[in-house]
Write a protein that binds this ligand. Structure first.
Ligand code: GMT
Length: 374
């Protein structure tokens, strides 16, 4: 198939999934056209069958900001016409599906099938805000096919937007070859010196990730065992969290590593991942941890319960229950047989439920069924 993929290129779950999907589909022989304002961060190295089309924006004095929605719509028309795409896959409902709808109005019958994948904050935070609600609902309803990354997100979309069209749940997936167990003693030594245990958290440091809970859990763990915390990522919460670890007197135990490309090396170095989000449609970083054989301790928010099996490959507690999360960390860190069993289960779950070889064919079949139904 000739498949267009529209996504955000920046660090974040939806951009990671779109980039990995592009790579996986290209390796299966499909022709992939990425349309975005920059090359997605997971596609930095050359991949055969992947073509990148940059969206350029123009600003003019009367515009309050460059109208990206319109530039993207124009670029979509150009690429769909030039390459006769079969499918245009929109990652994140706004503004991508809205631009695609405009493009389809212009292309008419020559438009490819429009498939929207809902990722989470496009529904739970941004899309449901009054300033975007009507256009998000309309854009989703105008899609020829809709997928969501968890059952939780499907249910939330139906409830919040009253969507009646079928929504196909296609869970996020992982390259289990790249994200695999195998701690590098060298990296661990380099980062953490002689620290006995290593905990890790990866996110975009937005309030929804509850970074303060990460620190609260870690402080309780570090009071009992010699441990270090690796914080990977960056965002609006970083300055406050930096201050918080200073005030709590654990500055020397916490490493702020900023945004990183090869997170698999860092994850495999850790004993546990902390993931206490307020809300999480799926939790791609949690899946990356499981695939590396690293158990996850976090919250029961949203779709995380579909990823992490409580009591088998991690522990999930109510949002904000830092005491229970810390107790769960200590029970695992203090029992090597239990830890080993959890590590095995974590890897097994990633392989049996979320391997890209299982999930990507699901997308291929969905594309075909939508095209055939038009
Ligand atoms: O909030 C983020 O982590 C970024 C956001 C995105 O769209 O880039 O992530 C959402 O999509 C990811 C990929 O499908 C999911 O794994 C995340 O759970 C989801 N984030 C939230 O629901 C908060």
């Amino acid at each position: 198939m000739k498949i267009g993929i529209v996504c955000f290129p920046t660090y974040g779950g939806s951009g990671a999934v779109a980039g990995e999907l592009a790579r996986g589909l290209a390796l299966r022989g499909h022709e992939i056209h990425i349309i975005s304002y920059a090359l997605p961060f997971r596609l930095k190295s050359f991949t055969k069958n992947v073509f990148f089309h940059e969206v350029d924006t123009q600003n003019y004095p009367p515009f309050p900001s460059p109208p990206y929605v319109l530039s993207l719509a124009s670029r979509i028309i150009e690429i769909c016409m030039e390459y006769s795409l079969d499918v245009l896959h929109l990652h994140y409902a706004i503004p991508h599906t809205t631009s695609a709808f405009l493009a389809r109005c212009v292309m008419g019958k020559r438009s490819p099938a429009l498939i929207t994948t809902l990722h989470g904050t496009d529904i739970t935070l941004v899309g449901s805000h009054p300033s975007y609600y009507p256009i998000t609902k309309f854009s989703i309803e105008e899609s020829d096919g809709i997928t969501s990354v968890s059952s939780y997100l499907k249910k939330t979309t139906e409830e919040v937007f009253g969507i009646r069209k079928p929504i196909e749940v296609i869970h996020n997936f992982i390259d289990t070859g790249r994200f695999s167990p195998g701690m590098s003693r060298e990296i661990r030594q380099l980062l953490c010196g002689s620290a006995g245990k290593v905990l890790i958290h990866i996110s975009n440091f937005r309030p929804v990730k509850r970074l303060a809970d990460v620190v609260q859990v870690f402080a309780r763990v570090a009071a009992e065992v010699d441990a270090k915390l690796l914080l990977v990522g960056d965002g609006e919460e970083r300055p406050a969290i930096h201050r918080m670890v200073g005030d709590m007197g654990i500055r020397d135990r916490v490493l702020f590593l900023g945004k990183q490309d090869n997170v698999e090396e860092l994850i495999a170095t850790a004993d546990l991942m902390l993931f206490p989000s307020e809300n999480e449609s799926f939790g791609l970083a949690a899946l990356e941890a499981l695939s590396c054989g690293v158990p996850v301790v976090g919250s029961t928010a949203g779709g995380l319960v579909e990823v992490v099996e409580h009591g088998l490959c991690g522990y999930l507690h109510p949002v904000g229950d830092v005491e229970s999360m810390a107790r769960s960390c200590l029970s695992l860190l203090g029992d090597s047989a239990k830890m080993e069993a959890f590590r095995e289960k974590a890897r097994e779950r990633a392989l049996s439920h979320f391997d890209e070889r299982i999930i990507i064919p699901h997308y291929e079949n969905f594309y075909r069924s939508v095209i055939n139904g038009l």
